[in-house]
Design a protein around this ligand. Structure first.
Ligand code: NAP
Length: 331
């Protein structure tokens, strides 16, 4: 512990990473797996100069009102929909995220859900364990092909592109929808072609979501969009739960309007929409897109790099609002 600068780390991170912060600042860290409650954070933040927060911590004007000394917020995660960036910027506080380091792990998981749904891997495992594997037969337990099928990527940023790269290995035809088109050279490089959302939904065998959660993407996939999908198609969501209207998804799955869903995230996480857990043709994961030992360690390192830079008055490498806070000259 060094100077008088105080830092709150709201999640359990590797000791070696916390130690880097502890060498120069006074650290309060949360050691339990269960996230800190809002009340706990509100109480603890009063004295803090730096906050390293988790995606489950809502950082809004109310919380900031309890943090008069706060000078830097480092988010542990790439998605920052839980942070009111304009309220943070209004107080002259830099805020950062951890882009890039979790791209491959999340793309791997999206691919795992595509393979898992298409080939019924989880259902097949359950059937075998139940003792229901009693014979081999030509029409027994058929899935859907992945190779050669059409993959529709909604959002083609870091993770979307990494999924496109993986899909090329399966000879999939990859179409994408995002607000901005890539250049023709980049479309060729990534092996993708742009479609309207409606066209993509109507043609894809697998629809995989890779957009951030924002006002523009909340319920991007609702009843109308699910109706546009082929009845043989699968929806894969490793982005954020509220991008999908989960009630509409449950209805579509129950009615057999789509073939199934592979989900890592939920609209009211960790709660599931009523009926979702009873539906058999879906895989439900507990928000583990970036959850590998390697990636979670890299995320912790990167969040700390950002935190320490911000507290030293330097531009954090992954700052989300540098222009806004630089304008205020408030660092
Ligand atoms: P990124 O590089 O910023 O890419 C986001 C993509 O979404 C861009 O192609 C963007 O293109 C598109 N987009 C944004 N708003 C849109 C809109 N309104 N309509 C259509 N497309 C839109 O982000 P990333 O690193 O790939 O991460 C994507 C998201 O994945 C994160 O924000 C996070 O929420 C989620 N994630 C989840 C996990 C997990 O554990 N499951 C792990 C990592 C990340 P345009 O701007 O051209 O539209």
């Amino acid at each position: 512990m060094g100077d008088d600068v105080k830092v709150l780390i709201t999640g359990k991170l590797p000791d070696s990473v916390i130690e880097r912060v502890r060498k120069i600042h006074a650290v309060t860290s949360h050691d339990a797996e269960l996230p800190m409650t809002r009340d706990q954070i509100r109480k603890a933040i009063v004295e803090q100069d730096g906050l390293l927060c988790m995606i489950t911590d809502k950082v809004d004007a109310d919380l900031l009102d309890h943090a008069p000394k706060l000078k830097m917020i480092a988010n542990y995660g790439v998605g920052y929909d839980h942070i009111d960036v304009s309220a943070v910027s209004g107080r002259g506080i830099p805020v950062s995220n951890t882009p890039g380091v979790l791209t491959n792990a999340t793309a791997d998981l999206a691919m795992a859900l595509i393979l898992g749904m298409g080939r019924r891997i989880v259902a097949g495992d359950a059937k075998t364990r139940r003792g229901d594997f009693k014979f081999w037969s030509p029409m027994h337990f058929l899935g859907r092909e992945i190779t050669g099928k059409t993959l529709g990527l909604i959002g083609l940023g870091r993770i979307g592109k990494a999924v496109a790269r993986r899909a090329a290995g399966f000879d999939m035809r990859v179409v994408y929808y995002s607000r901005h088109r890539l250049s023709p050279e980049d479309e060729e490089r990534w092996g993708v072609s742009h479609r309207s959302l409606a066209d993509l939904l109507g043609m894809a065998d697998y629809v995989s979501l890779h957009v951030p959660l924002s006002g523009g993407t909340r319920h991007l996939i609702g009843e109308r969009e699910l109706k546009r999908m082929k009845s043989s198609a699968f929806l894969i969501n490793t982005s954020r739960g509220p991008v999908v209207d989960e009630k509409a998804l449950v209805a579509a799955l129950k009615a057999g309007r789509i073939a199934g869903a592979g989900l890592d995230v939920y609209e009211k996480e960790p709660e599931l929409a009523p009926g979702l857990a009873d539906i058999q043709n879906c895989i439900l994961l507990p928000h583990v897109g970036s959850a590998t030992i390697e990636t979670r360690t890299r995320m912790a390192e990167l969040a700390v790099d950002n935190l320490l830079a911000g507290l030293a008055g330097e531009r954090p490498p992954d700052c989300l609002n540098w222009d806004q806070v630089a304008d205020r000259g408030n660092r």
